[in-house]
Ligand binder design. Structure first.
Ligand code: BV8
Ligand code: ZN
Length: 267
């Protein structure tokens, strides 16, 4: 396992060995968590002053029990997050991940995030293991609910907002997977197939603590894929990686793309 601390001053040459190691890869999975959206100004779950979980104990809020106990509080929290995401822009990490398909046409993005920044950066067929905030459905009859068009107002902070009601009388809930809920079966099956058959998996911006999603890098490793982690901090994944790139996704992914381009022109 190689650990390399990357800062933009070093330039992308330091990543040339990694670009060479990836040279023959065909099937590549990019597995992302909240850290890939951090440089877009979207709070991560666990770390940093404005971490979602430090303010609201997201692990308790992101549950069916919390929603049924206080629909307005939970709906208000998600509407606030949806407003923040709507005002955010994809960052250089999202853009570089989308551009990696130039080198790996079979590349697939599997994300734990509920924002649409990968799509807005140009990535297609993104697998959202934990759903999407721009989708909503009736909690009772599961009928899809289309959010009112336009960007929701951004309250100063999360304030309770009564969720809309479906014609059946049920409350509308966010289209995300809460703790204790199963992942969408087709998405989970597709993600495990991709991780189990890839040549390389790049894990970007995740603390790798939420299951079953956190199994994916381990699954790739058990199938002899090259596993690369991009994270400024150590995680549970460190021992399961071939390359540990310590740094920010917005610096490292563009540098990796440049190293791949350099490697390609040299060959
Ligand atoms: C299920 C949607 C089963 C909602 C989310 C005990 C052991 C093992 C498992 C469990 C257990 N107890 C309970 C469970 C199961 C539970 C779980 O895993 N709990 C954890 C807390 C232990 N899992 C579930 O409940 C799942 N379902 O198991 O169902 C089942 C089976 C049958 C029948 C019924 C049920 C469902 C889990 C999905 C929960 N929903 N999101 C919402 O968004 O509100 S999870 C949510 O949290 C995210 O989606 C994500 O998955 C997770 C947060 O993790 P990260 O993305 O990694 O974010 P985090 O802040 O932690 O880390 C950010 C990282 O980025 C950091 O490492 C940081 O250093 C780095 N970073 C920061 N800046 C940058 C950066 N990196 C790069 N560049 C930067 N600039
Ligand atoms: Zn309904």
């Amino acid at each position: 396992m190689h650990t390399l601390t990357y800062t933009p001053e070093q330039g992308h040459d330091v990543l040339l060995p990694l670009a060479q190691a990836l040279g023959s890869a065909q099937k590549v999975v990019v597995f992302t968590g909240a850290g890939v959206s951090a440089e877009s100004g979207i709070a991560t779950f666990r770390n940093g002053a404005n971490a979602l979980w430090s303010r609201n104990d997201a692990q308790r809020m992101a549950t069916p029990e919390a929603f049924h106990a206080n629909p307005a509080r939970v709906w208000g929290w998600y509407e606030y997050r949806r407003a923040v995401i709507a005002r955010a822009q994809p960052n250089p990490a999202h853009l570089a991940i989308a551009a990696l398909t130039r080198h790996f046409p079979e590349l697939r993005v599997v994300t734990q995030n509920v924002d649409d920044l990968h799509e807005r950066a140009g990535s297609n067929d993104v697998i959202h293991l934990h759903g999407r905030l721009d989708q909503a459905r009736c909690d009772k009859c599961a009928r899809a609910f289309t959010h009112l068009s336009g960007i929701p107002a951004l309250p100063e902070e999360e304030v309770p907002i009564q969720p809309p009601q479906c014609a059946c009388g049920g409350y509308v809930r966010p289209g995300v997977v809460w703790f204790g809920e199963s992942l969408p079966e087709d998405d989970w099956d597709a993600a495990t197939h991709l991780a189990g058959h890839c040549d390389a998996l790049i894990s970007v911006g995740t603390s790798a603590m939420v299951f079953p999603a956190a199994q994916l890098p381990r699954l790739a490793k058990s199938n002899n894929a090259t596993v690369i982690q991009v994270n400024p901090a150590p995680t549970e994944m460190d021992l399961h990686c071939d390359f540990n790139l310590r740094g920010h996704a917005g610096d490292i992914l563009p540098a990796l793309l440049a190293a791949l381009e350099r490697n390609q022109s040299a060959s």
